[in-house]
Unconditional design. Structure first.
Length: 251
């Protein structure tokens, strides 16, 4: 089963548009339910509304969470609150959140509270820029090694890793990664896991690619970069393109 995670970011503004988008996404999820599993990570403000409408085969996700458990924390949303609102997936460590100051230790704490509440963390990793000497590899290594501490036992089976090179994300991205660049990183990520949890366990980790994924380039990533799915921003807001993307990866 290919995992297709949509990251709605700060859109749409109006609840009525969010309802329309989730209904269309649900129809797409039903159409491709045998091959593609779709998760919509919606803004907090729409979660209660969408939580009432969501049903399988579509899953509801959040875009971040706090690791705080003390309710005396203004403006934060906890893993228990997400759980109560039907959220089953949550993105952590997205580069746009890291850019606002989230560090590897905080990502690790967030993974921990999500696992406790049985919400699947989608852990984003990825380098900010590439250099000829390969220093960018250590950036990704640090991001992964910090979370390994909370994945002891069978924890690694309950997370999803999203490889998202920061330079390939969003409307200002110069380009998407090439399938070869992505494959190298997928192999490297599996190697880091293998060194800690063994080759067999590392082979079962689900790794997604994210960064300017669309209906034209996704199939090649699936075939050549050996990813198990995608984290998609802009295309997740356009049902026609999302449907074309699901079709492209399911055939
Ligand atoms: P994009 O965003 O698909 O619009 O590049 C991906 C992401 O930020 O997760």
């Amino acid at each position: 089963m290919i995992l297709l995670v949509g990251n709605w970011k700060m859109a749409p503004e109006k609840p009525v548009t969010a309802i329309d988008l989730i209904k269309k996404t649900l129809a797409i999820a039903k159409l491709f339910k045998n091959t593609v599993s779709i998760v919509s990570c919606v803004p907090y403000i729409h979660i209660p509304l969408i939580g009432k409408l969501i049903k399988l085969p579509l899953s509801l996700g959040a875009q971040t969470v706090t690791a705080e458990t003390d309710p005396a924390n203004t403006g934060l949303i906890s893993a228990s609150m997400l759980k109560a609102a039907q959220v089953t997936y949550c993105i952590v460590g997205h580069s746009e959140v890291r850019a606002r100051g989230e560090n590897n230790d905080e990502v690790c704490d967030k993974v921990s509270v999500l696992l406790e509440k049985k919400i699947t963390p989608i852990i984003c990793v990825g380098e900010r820029a590439r250099d000829a000497q390969g220093w960018y590899l250590s950036e990704v290594k640090d991001q992964i090694e910090t979370v390994l501490g909370v994945l002891s036992g069978q924890g690694y089976k309950k997370v999803v890793i999203a490889y998202e090179p920061v330079w390939a994300i969003g409307a200002h991205a110069a380009r998407e990664a090439t399938p070869t660049e992505c494959l190298e990183m997928v192999i490297y990520i599996r190697k880091i896991f293998a060194d800690h949890i063994g080759e067999k366990a590392a082979a079962s980790i689900r790794i997604l690619y994210g960064g300017s994924v669309n209906e034209l380039n996704a199939k090649v990533f699936l075939r050549e970069a050996k990813v198990q799915g995608f984290l998609v921003g802009r295309v997740s807001l356009e049902p026609k393109r999302l449907s074309a993307l699901a079709l492209a990866i399911s055939t």
